[in-house]
Design a protein around this ligand. Structure first.
Ligand SMILES: Nc1ncnc2c1ncn2[C@@H]1O[C@H](COP(=O)(O)OP(=O)(O)OP(=O)(O)O)[C@@H](O)[C@H]1O
Ligand SMILES: [Mg+2]
Length: 374
């Protein structure tokens, strides 16, 4: 077992002047499950391949435990990788597929058999050891690919979108299995996905990348509660956080007919940058519904507090409902998503009045995108 350290690790592909991975700095703990997430092309696979030794490192260093592996060949790094296309050997049985790397390494037959059987037990594959891959389901094949990695007892597991060939239901099942298995084995794991739900449900910590740059590395809870910038705010969470530009007023921000309090530090920082607006973020579950005209906290006697949202679509999910609507905020028409009680959803075309719940407002600099509230 081991820690993994990216120390300002940079990859610039030949013929490109922009790094695909730009001074990546992450210290992964021994036994940790770290998920790299971000949109297509942000540098996730490149980061993983640098750690695997499949991609040159053009700046900085990578360490596994105390060993500097920056320029070591893949076979000397003590890692095992599971790819999206795990390509099992079709003519070999499950047992032979799982034991193949050990056979190549010259491990004796009895020991291979033992390790394969142990891994098969963990993965619930015992009864399939004699079958060929084509006689397995997608999820079972995926577990064989995991088995191949497990039998090698590496210091680090690397996984690049290992679930993307599975259908939606199997993905959900298998992600729980992988996360549980990793916790039991306690092997440090770096896992790549573009799916933020997968990232949030599987990772001890999540690292968000964009254009080769690390945006934030944090626990799923902190990532959700305190996104470091507008990009992370919009990327993590489903449905996404509502982000709207609003004017700064005395002691807060003007949100339709309400003033929502914002910390003095946040407003001062924005003002110091010369900004007259900030961008506020409100998660769909953090709007309160208010009554009609003259409601408490309204700046206008004749109009309800907050903003009026015209309901366009209602998504009913049983316990909850999501209202997709339009509202005028900060002088512009904006699409907003509001979570409502699933037993009491508004009709399409009706109007809701909503205010952000105090203390649940995220405040970002409009000019830099950085988080201003704490
Ligand atoms: N072999 C290569 N040569 C040149 N450029 C490359 C090479 N491989 C990747 N890139 C570029 O580097 C950037 C990062 O690619 P990478 O494959 O790491 O992205 P990713 O985050 O894994 O994306 P995806 O979610 O689509 O798999 C992209 O702009 C890509 O075009
Ligand atoms: Mg990739």
């Amino acid at each position: 077992m081991a820690t993994v350290t990216y120390d300002k690790a940079t990859r610039i592909y030949p013929g490109s002047d922009k790094p695909a991975v730009d001074q990546l700095d992450i210290a992964i703990e021994d036994g940790e499950f770290l998920v790299l997430v971000g949109p297509s092309g942000c540098g996730k696979s490149t980061s993983l391949r640098m750690l695997a030794g499949l991609e040159d490192v053009n700046g900085g260093a990578i360490r596994i435990g105390d060993r500097d592996v920056t320029h070591l060949p893949p076979k000397d790094r003590d890692i095992a990788m599971v790819f999206q296309n795990y390509a099992l050997y079709p003519h070999m049985t499950v047992a032979d597929n799982m034991g193949f790397a050990l056979k190549i390494a010259g491990v004796n037959k009895t020991e291979i058999r033992q390790k394969v059987e142990d891994a098969a037990r963990i993965l619930d594959l015992t009864e399939y050891l004699g079958r060929k891959p084509k006689a397995l389901s997608g999820g079972q094949r995926q577990r064989v690919a995991m088995g191949r990695a497990i039998v090698r007892e590496p210091q680090v597991f690397l996984m690049d979108e290992p679930l993307s060939n599975l259908d939606a239901k199997l993905r959900v099942q298998t992600r729980t299995q992988i996360a549980g298995l990793q916790r039991r084995l306690g092997i440090t794991t770096v896992y790549v996905t573009h799916d933020q739900v997968e990232a949030m449900t599987m990772g001890d910590r999540v690292a968000v990348l964009k254009d080769g740059l690390l945006q934030q590395v944090d626990s799923p809870r902190n990532m959700y509660d305190r996104p470091a910038n507008l990009f992370v705010a919009g990327f993590i969470g489903s449905p996404a956080m509502n982000l709207v530009e609003v004017p700064i007023t005395d002691g807060g921000v003007k949100f339709g007919n309400s003033v929502v309090p914002v910390s003095r530090e946040a407003l001062t920082t924005a003002a110091d940058k010369g900004d007259r607006t900030v961008t506020v973020g409100v998660r769909p579950e953090h709007f309160d519904l208010v009554d009609g005209a003259g409601s408490v906290g309204s700046l206008s006697k004749d109009a309800p507090a907050g903003v009026a949202v015209t309901v366009n679509v209602v998504e009913e999910l049983g316990a909850d409902g999501y209202v997709y609507g339009t509202a005028e905020v900060g002088g512009e028409q904006k699409d907003l998503v509001v979570r409502v009680n699933g037993r009491n959803v508004p009709a399409k075309g009706s109007v809701l009045h909503v205010v952000p719940r105090p203390g649940e407002l995220h405040v970002f600099s409009t000019s830099t995108g950085e988080r201003l509230s704490d």
